[in-house]
Design a binder for this molecule. Structure first.
Ligand code: NDP
Length: 466
């Protein structure tokens, strides 16, 4: 029913004309989300943040209201939950939950990562899948949005245990994915090792189809520059933003959080741009090194040795290790790049970011800043690059991996990296253009939401009631 958001209704001769009100429509969609899934707080946070920025677009396009487009947008096309039984090395049987939320396929096959972490729930996967829809749209590539994962914790598990889990997970997931249907990739807890095990399991059941997963090893269809893509892309986006504002990365002091895939390559690229990255972290604590973090050592400790970031300070004389969040560490710097996880920056921590004279926050992780933190950035004139724009480099290169798989060709590192750079520049440009068109006063978050939304909305309208 459209009644809840129609503010005025009058008769124009034989026609009934509805004068719709964008704001009340948005509120009605938020009410529906809350009523349907009152406990899905992460999804609500992600969806409400986007919906709140779409009012000017709906004012311009009342036909979207008439077509009840937003309610369709916030409802996944499909949400799959399944049992994942597996056996640990000591012979015990375990059961985890697996999820795949296929959110929106308007502009292409479903695409989005798999996360293995104890915090994974339907709520978390829905929030990530929803963000993925607009993020994928921003890349300009023909990919829809999805996300998946499990509450399995790979930390401390042996390679054999991780392999058995991945095989069991894929035994069910394979029914729902395919190179032209849904193409998962990595996310937290899913790197090259896990993608290899998942691909092997898929292949046993369905034969060799290398386009079914991205983030693969180079010997079976992986793309050069895919591991680097999210971190490098974050810096290309940040560089584009600073350039547009007449600034540069050279000699900037940067705080990075996290020490995983995204953080490691963000540190590398920031250093190449002439900036100094003074921190990185894991879920126990953070390292501070005024001389600049060595990304190779972070990679060695976290990826190769699967150790803790504490060990960094034991190996580097100028580095200090502290327990707790890096966002509680009080020191002046210029740029914050959160690259760990969702909701890692609270309102109080955002206030400290402002006090520490930070001018830019660009997000490598998904939704690392709570809504009040984002409001704090705005109140303090901090330029803010939201995750769906700033970290889209990973999925963009995943889509380029799909192109290479279809062509049965491998592109050089330079070719992929150049295309990534162009894509990230373009994401900033279209977000900035939307910001200008709707006079949002350098609100790059709203600009990105609108730019991502417009393509999906136009496509859904063109495809009828889908
Ligand atoms: P990884 O698993 O490789 O690394 C995650 C890192 O964050 C680890 O160092 C982890 O430490 C740390 N971490 C987790 N929770 C916290 C916490 N509460 N406080 C501080 N550090 C924490 O994941 P990725 O680097 O792949 O992903 C990081 C973020 O980037 C996620 O939000 C992900 O969704 C997003 N992202 C990733 C993409 C990709 O291509 N990989 C693409 C786009 C977004 P510990 O070892 O202690 O767990």
């Amino acid at each position: 029913m459209l009644g809840g958001f129609i503010s005025k209704k009058y008769f124009d001769r034989k026609r009934v004309v509805f004068v719709s009100n964008a704001k009340s429509y948005i509120e009605s969609v938020k009410d529906t989300i809350q009523r349907r899934d009152p406990n899905q707080t992460e999804f609500q946070e992600a969806a409400f943040t986007v919906l709140d920025t779409l009012e000017p677009v709906l004012d311009k396009h009342p036909e979207y209201i008439k077509a009840n487009l937003l309610e369709r947008l916030v409802e996944p096309e499909r949400a799959i939950q399944f049992r994942v039984p597996w056996q640990s090395d000591d012979g015990q049987f375990h059961v985890n939950r697996g999820f795949r939320v296929q959110f929106n396929s308007a502009i292409g096959p479903y695409k989005g990562g798999l996360r293995l972490h104890p915090s994974v729930s339907l709520d978390v996967v829905k929030f990530l899948g929803f963000e993925q829809v607009l993020k994928n749209s921003l890349t300009g590539l023909p990919i829809g949005g999805a996300k998946g994962g499990s509450d399995f914790n790979p930390k401390g598990k042996s390679d054999s245990e991780v392999m058995r889990f991945c095989q069991s997970f894929m035994t069910e997931l394979q029914r729902h994915i395919g190179p032209d249907l849904d193409v998962p990739a990595g996310d937290i807890g899913v790197g090259g090792r896990e993608i290899g095990f998942l691909f092997g399991a898929y292949k046993r059941l369905n034969g060799y189809q290398n386009g079914v997963l991205t983030g693969k090893g180079l010997t079976f269809g992986g793309s050069l520059a895919r591991p680097e893509a999210t971190g490098f892309g974050l810096l290309y986006y940040t560089h584009a933003m600073l350039k547009a504002l007449g600034d540069t990365l050279t000699n900037k002091k940067i705080k990075v959080s996290g020490a995983g895939n995204v953080a490691t390559y963000a540190i590398q690229k920031a250093t190449e741009y002439g900036a100094t990255v003074i921190t990185c972290s894991d879920s126990d604590g953070y390292v501070y090194d005024p001389n600049g973090i060595d990304f190779k050592l972070v990679k060695q400790i976290k990826e190769v040795e699967r150790g803790r970031i504490k060990e960094y300070a034991q190996r580097v004389e100028t580095a200090e290790y502290h327990d707790g969040s890096v966002w509680d560490f009080d020191i002046n710097y210029d740029i914050a790049l959160p690259c760990a996880t969702q909701n890692e920056i609270s309102k109080d921590q955002a206030k400290l970011i402002a006090k520490d004279r930070v001018k830019y926050v660009c997000e490598g992780a998904n939704m690392p800043s709570v809504p009040d933190a984002i409001a704090t950035y705005r109140d303090n004139n901090i330029y803010y690059g939201p995750a769906k724009a700033a970290n889209a480099g990973g999925v963009a290169v995943s889509a380029l991996e799909m192109s290479q798989n279809s062509e049965r060709l491998s592109w050089s590192f330079e070719t992929v990296d150049n295309r990534l750079h162009d894509i990230m520049d373009n994401i900033f440009e279209i977000s900035e253009a939307a910001d200008k068109e709707y006079q949002l006063n350098q609100d790059y978050q709203a600009g990105a939401n609108i730019a991502g939304f417009e393509k999906v909305a136009q496509t859904m309208m063109a495809q009828g009631l889908v």
